[in-house]
Ligand binder design. Structure first.
Ligand SMILES: [Cu+2]
Length: 97
């Protein structure tokens, strides 16, 4: 039994399909129009660790797909949002679907 678990874990880490990049959802206070959204999108787009940025204006959420092997700290997310002139309400992290 343990053997199969070990094999499974090895496959998880060795197979690119199972490799985990991270999805981060940031709830942003003060982001109200598409101009705000574009500004934030652009700023995160400059970060080499970010593969994709999606903005959900209705729910004030910014979804970031972190590139494989890269990390994006809460601190750097907060700094980016603050520099753009907005406030972070919440940062949620999950494995890349
Ligand atoms: Cu705006």
């Amino acid at each position: 039994m343990k053997f199969y678990v070990a094999i499974f874990l090895m496959c998880m880490f060795a197979t690119p399909t199972f490799a985990r990049a991270e999805d981060i959802t940031v709830t942003v206070k003060g982001m109200v129009c598409s101009f705000c959204a574009q500004g934030i999108k652009k700023t995160f787009g400059k970060n080499v660790g970010v593969a994709e940025v999606e903005v959900d204006l209705e729910h004030k959420r910014v979804s970031l797909k972190v590139r494989q092997g890269a990390t994006l700290s809460d601190e750097s997310i907060t700094t980016t949002i603050n520099d753009a002139g907005y406030d972070v309400l919440k940062i949620e992290r999950g494995p890349h679907a």
